[in-house]
Design a protein around this ligand. Structure first.
Ligand SMILES: [Zn+2]
Length: 1011
């Protein structure tokens, strides 16, 4: 399907490029016979079949020998985009006292060494670093590097801005960071720079949604290094370290099928063969006149390792990763020895050796596996949790640094708003009344934050601070853009004030102003109703909406917990609460005025109510304990017993008979399977008004919660505040909340994968191997990215989270979520610091606040509630404030859409791509099985989408927007247990009308102009 139709004018398909900066294959290297061209580059990295189809196969791979064991040596470096040092420190090689690592020198040195011998190969992975280095090269150096790329001597692998974490990242941020990295490679190198292999050698467990996303980005295969040690042992025996991962139960195969290879030795070289300056292995000493000549020994050891590795893999090809963290700074050491290794090992072929060693790359290796034309074990679950030994489960990082995890999630929402308003406001948003703004700074900050030592929480404290600082800086740039855009859309250039601390009731403007307005921008493609709470010092206010009609509003006292957490950052005694509504992809404006005489504010009652309720939900409390006791859905007439309390696990300090492993930033290891209750009872006070009802519970000086029911909400809100965790008893603490219900769960619960598809989890069980459980709590923890649920035949309780957290279902009917951790020991996985967070505001330990949203439904209809609920938390409205009266011409309401999108459709991406084009992603947000109403195909008309943008042309891209969809050809792989799925192309009703099927994301480049 080649479409680039304009209004009344048909574009030729080749015109798609105009103004889009997406390079087509044919514009650059259409076939292997292509000669000459830019900078005298001769060879092309693509092969063209006789029929003219471009196959994603490199022509630059070294020849292999069919009757031998071929050992593919892959020289590589693993460059963390921040970990022990910040991303800047790593790039420049600063602070080498912390860790010797300098990426700029690695790239300098590798390029020099590649030029010395055309046989040599290198792969590079992290575009965040490559991009910086590239900008500093002379044009002649850039030409040289292009030549290396075109000849396949330097190959990009993965190619995202970073190698994202898989447990704690949200799919939308992962797609964004991959898109940014791959776009740079595409624009700089064309198709020869397009990575064909996804490469996640270090992330600590692997998410099914990542595999699905990689498949839809066009990767032919995926390699990683870490999986559970029991799983690996089984796979080695069964020769299942290479497999076919079917990563979606909704998308039609092979859309989400991804060939997956598990590397033999993590991502390190085999033992004894590390020739980096960071290693101590003996070099190859090949002068026979010298006493320490060791060629025979090296060859013998190498052949033994190769032959033994081959026993665990299916084909006569094996891969060895020759490199590791920040290696190749002096690449000569590696290459000099690798050249010799290849020479001497292959020389043995004359003596009958059947081992052939070659410089290779992951795509060359993958090509050989594909040629083998075998069938591969099919996997449909995921690779969580990851354990590298019996008491070493990497399930702590699901929760580590909960404040950073929340900030990253908020930043994602802010970036999407920034991107949307850049499109809707037009060029004036980048340069307007408030100065120059941009979305690029925030895009980069978010991309870096997806790294597997960033949002994961496994970096050093100073590096975590650096990630947060980058996000804050990005948001500053976006704020200018957002102000400019809203000025253009509303016709008012009045100053806009941002209050980023509303969660702790801090906003200097609303605390002091007698009259102000609130602009509520809604980034979702459907209208929303949203509760607003503003810190105020008056006792009565009037609020009116965009039509001038008055809105029910109530004033309630600021809680003790909020005063405790905000400290001296704000002075409001009250909060003004009201509901706002905002149109799809647009805003609505509310004005607020202080009343001189009004009714007194609601006061807090010091008694436990037995019940709070609204139209939809009823919640009861135990009057003796102050704890929740039941939850009822009044519409569906269902009711469950529900108690909820807070507990802490005592983190292991490593002084233990079974194992010396302590709990740390990566690893969760409680000393006992029984958590300690923080308090059996809660002190409570109650505030009940027409806008909101809340029960404020205090469990201890460091744990409190508000159980809250807004008038129009179908979800119960639990706003928890935890910290500073006391450590004067020298006990590390891991705080959980546990929901115990009457739901009969049969030890099964469900968690989402990267915020998208849901996977079933069963206690002490793994779907593809027999688990010997050695950590009854930590070994049953899974990442909860946006939701988890428990259910039986009649009831489903879904908990939507506001950030990534770890959790499990240890008891029948129970769901626990880890909220905060404070640990006193390092867990010996490299970070070298205990996870013991403090800050300037909280020198005695970080206080963290967050929300859980609970929804009780009948199982067949539960997704209809939790899908929009979770999207609403990820993309919550942005409030901006203007002091005083707005000028009378101000446009108080705006929607960027002609109409709301159907309920199954989520507008995932709307961002400026080039001057005249925008990138649009539409997503079907339901799985195929989960909703009667919504799990149906749905069609959207792209031309009738926007109210202020005229859509002049459309072209479909792959998910990462670095290939036209119709040019994306992937290797096909045959599963062992299933027929090879036929590639089905489903047709859209027309050029402009596109059909989305369950869980499908479609990516379009639109040529637009402002109406
Ligand atoms: Zn790493």
């Amino acid at each position: 399907m080649r479409v680039f139709f304009g209004l009344g004018k048909e574009f030729r398909s080749g015109d798609r490029l105009q103004g889009t900066r997406l390079r087509r294959d044919s514009s650059y290297c259409s076939d292997t016979l292509w000669l000459g061209g830019v900078g005298g580059i001769r060879q092309c990295c693509l092969r063209v079949s006789a029929e003219g189809t471009k196959l994603p196969q490199p022509t630059s791979c070294h020849a292999t020998k069919p009757n031998m064991l071929n050992v593919h040596l892959v020289p590589h470096t693993h460059d963390d985009v921040g970990w022990l040092k910040t991303v800047d420190q790593y790039f420049y090689g600063d602070r080498n006292n912390i860790q010797h690592a300098g990426v700029q020198y690695i790239l300098d040195s590798v390029v020099d060494q590649l030029l010395k011998n055309p046989d040599r190969r290198f792969i590079y992975v992290e575009t965040a670093f490559f991009y910086r280095w590239w900008k500093q090269q002379s044009s002649s150096a850039q030409r040289t590097v292009k030549q290396l790329v075109n000849e396949g001597r330097l190959e990009f692998v993965n190619g995202g801005w970073c190698m994202s974490d898989e447990a704690t990242t949200h799919y939308s941020a992962v797609i964004d960071q991959m898109t940014m990295g791959l776009r740079f490679l595409n624009e700089t190198f064309g198709p020869c720079g397009r990575p064909r292999v996804a490469w996640h050698i270090d992330p600590f467990g692997h998410a099914r949604e990542h595999a699905s996303v990689f498949a839809q980005m066009g990767y032919d295969g995926f390699f990683f290094g870490r999986l559970d040690y029991q799983d690996r042992a089984r796979r080695m025996v069964e020769k299942e370290q290479e497999l076919l991962w079917r990563a979606s139960d909704s998308l039609t195969p092979p859309m989400a099928d991804l060939f997956t290879g598990i590397l033999p030795n993590g991502y390190n070289p085999p033992e004894g063969f590390c020739w980096d300056q960071l290693c101590d292995d003996p070099p190859i000493r090949d002068d026979p006149d010298l006493e320490d000549y060791n060629v025979d020994d090296v060859v013998k050891r190498f052949l033994a390792i190769a032959n033994s590795q081959a026993l665990a893999y299916k084909t006569n090809h094996i891969i060895m990763t020759m490199g590791s963290d920040f290696q190749y700074e002096n690449a000569n050491l590696w290459y000099k020895n690798l050249d010799k290794l290849i020479h001497y090992v292959n020389a043995q072929q004359a003596n009958g050796s059947k081992v052939n060693v070659l410089y290779s790359t992951p795509s060359c290796y993958l090509q050989e596996l594909h040629r083998a034309n075998l069938t591969w074990a099919l996997k449909t679950d995921d690779f969580f949790p990851y354990a590298d030994d019996a008491h070493d489960f990497w399930t702590g990082y699901f929760t580590s640094r909960p404040a950073l995890k929340r900030y990253e999630r908020i930043s994602n929402g802010n970036l999407q708003i920034c991107n949307q308003l850049e499109v809707l406001g037009g060029p004036v948003s980048r340069k307007g009344p408030f100065g120059e703004g941009d979305s690029q700074t925030m895009k980069k900050a978010m991309a870096v934050a997806q790294h597997h030592d960033a949002v994961s929480g496994t970096e050093k404290q100073h590096v975590a601070n650096d990630y947060a600082r980058r996000l804050a800086n990005g948001w500053q740039h976006c704020q200018v853009l957002v102000s400019n855009s809203l000025a253009a859309l509303s016709g008012s250039s009045a100053e806009r004030i941002y209050c980023d601390n509303l969660n702790i009731s801090v906003c200097p403007l609303t605390e002091s102003s007698k009259k102000f307005s609130v602009n509520v921008y809604n980034p979702l493609a459907r209208p929303v109703t949203w509760p607003v709470r503003l810190p105020v010092n008056g006792t009565a206010y009037t609020v009116s909406d965009a039509r001038g009609e008055s809105v029910d509003c109530r004033v309630v006292p600021v809680s003790r917990a909020t005063r405790g957490v905000r400290r001296n950052r704000g002075f409001a005694v009250n909060e003004l609460v009201f509901q706002v509504q905002a149109p799809p992809l647009g805003y609505s404006t509310y004005s607020v005025s202080l009343l001189r005489d009004g009714p007194p504010p609601a006061s807090a009652q010091h008694r436990t109510p037995t019940v709070i309720q609204n139209k939809f939900l009823q919640v009861t409390f135990d009057p003796d304990t102050g704890l929740l006791s039941s939850l009822s859905n009044l519409e569906t007439k269902q009711s469950i017993k529900l108690t909820q309390n807070f507990y802490w696990y005592n983190a292991s300090d490593g002084n233990n008979l079974e194992s010396a492993q302590p709990s740390g930033a990566y690893i969760f290891r409680p000393n006992s399977s029984e958590p300690f209750v923080i308090s059996q009872t809660a002190e409570t006070e109650t505030v009940q008004t027409s806008a909101v009802q809340e029960v404020r519970q205090r469990f201890s000086p460091w744990v409190s919660q508000v159980v809250r029911l807004y008038t129009d909400s179908r979800a119960l809100e639990l706003e928890w505040t935890v910290g500073p965790l006391p450590i004067h008893d020298n006990l590390g603490k891991e705080v959980i909340t546990r929901l115990d219900t009457s739901i009969r769960t049969s030890e099964i619960f469900y968690t989402d994968s990267n915020g998208r598809e849901v996977l079933q989890r069963k206690k002490d069980f793994r779907p593809t191997w027999h688990l010997k459980q050695s950590e009854p709590i930590a070994g049953n923890y899974y990442p909860i990215n946006s939701r988890a649920f428990i259910k039986d035949d009649v009831d489903q309780l879904t908990v939507v989270t506001d950030r990534s957290q770890g959790g499990g279902s240890i008891h029948n009917g129970s769901l626990e979520i880890m909220l905060h951790r404070r640990l006193l020991y390092d867990d010996v996985r490299g970070v070298g610091e205990p996870l013991n967070e403090t800050s300037g505001v909280f020198p005695e330990g970080l206080v963290v606040r967050g929300r859980l949203l609970l929804s009780l439904d009948r199982p067949p209809a539960a997704a209809d509630a939790h899908r929009p609920l979770a999207q609403g938390v990820v993309l919550q409205p942005l409030l901006t404030f203007t002091n005083g009266d707005l000028s009378p011409n101000t446009r108080l309401e705006f929607s960027g859409l002609q109409a709301a999108l159907p309920s199954a459709v989520h507008l995932l991406t709307l961002t400026q791509w080039d001057k005249d084009s925008v990138l649009l992603r539409l997503e079907h947000q339901f799985q195929s099985w989960e909703s009667k109403v919504n799990s149906q195909p749905v069609t959207v008309n792209l031309q009738k989408l926007f109210s202020t943008l005229e859509v002049l042309g459309v072209s479909e891209l792959n998910l990462s927007a670095n290939q036209w969809k119709d040019e994306m050809i992937r290797f096909d792989w045959t599963p062992q247990t299933d027929k090879k799925p036929p590639l089905k192309m489903s047709k859209d009703p027309s050029t402009w009308e596109v059909t989305l099927r369950p869980m499908e994301i479609r990516t379009f480049l639109l040529k637009v102009s402002l109406r």
